[in-house]
Design a protein around this ligand. Structure first.
Ligand code: TYD
Length: 206
């Protein structure tokens, strides 16, 4: 039997990843997997409190990075690793690549500092698969314009999201083995087809 896998969904705000994540988890369940859907920042009682602060309270960029990783440590130790050990697949709406993209690319926190935090919080532990939803910033912004309320990140300028996008692609170049880039400008049916192929790629015996 295949080992339970840890799968993350990433992309700029408005890329549509959350909608597809629900479908993806359901598709895994139909393949007979036990699946836990979770998110970052969040996923634990403390993490959800930190999420509320991170999304609403202005703060120093490095404080933001530290809190993201603090929430992540709780998430990994309390939720992600125990689930994987029990054979449950874990699908997370964002993980550390988001910190490299948003705090690193968007806010300008040095990559070396983020790498130190990554090493501290989850040395030798990475997702088995990361689905990066890619689309032009202006298309993502257009999609977000339908939202009534926007959080602190969603209120950022296009130039911020260009940098976030760029940093995501740099992460992909650094970890090409686990990243699959999904063209998020496609129709929902085409995106589902790509996600289906991605499931097959990791569900086959390694
Ligand atoms: P998001 O998945 O966009 O939530 P929602 O779909 O409910 O709006 O995540 C919330 C925000 O958190 C998002 O704008 C990106 C940001 N974020 C970071 O800046 N760094 C991180 O490490 C993580 C996990 C998220």
């Amino acid at each position: 039997m295949n080992k339970a896998k840890f799968i993350t969904f990433e992309g700029i705000d408005g890329a549509g990843k959350s909608t597809h994540l629900a479908w993806f988890a359901e598709a895994l369940r139909k393949c007979g997997k036990q699946v836990l859907v979770t998110r970052e920042p969040g996923g634990t009682p403390l993490g959800e409190r930190l999420r509320d602060i991170l999304l609403n309270q202005p703060m120093n960029a490095e404080t933001e990075a530290l809190l993201m990783f603090a929430a992540r440590l709780e998430h990994i130790e309390q939720v992600i690793k125990p689930a994987l050990q029990q054979g449950t697949w874990v699908v997370s709406d964002r993980f550390s690549d988001a910190s490299f993209a948003y705090q690193g690319g968007g806010r300008g926190v040095k990559v070396a500092k983020l790498e130190q935090l990554e090493c501290w919080v989850h040395e030798n532990f990475q997702p088995d698969l990361t689905l990066l939803f890619d689309l032009p910033v202006e298309v993502a912004r257009q999609r977000l314009s339908n939202n009534i309320t926007l959080d602190r990140f969603e209120q950022e300028k296009d130039s911020f999201f260009e940098k976030v996008q760029q940093a995501y692609l740099e992460r992909r170049n650094k970890h090409p083995d686990r990243f699959v880039v999904i063209d998020a400008t496609q129709t929902p049916e085409q995106v589902k087809a790509d996600l289906g192929k991605a499931i097959l790629s990791i569900n086959s015996p390694l």
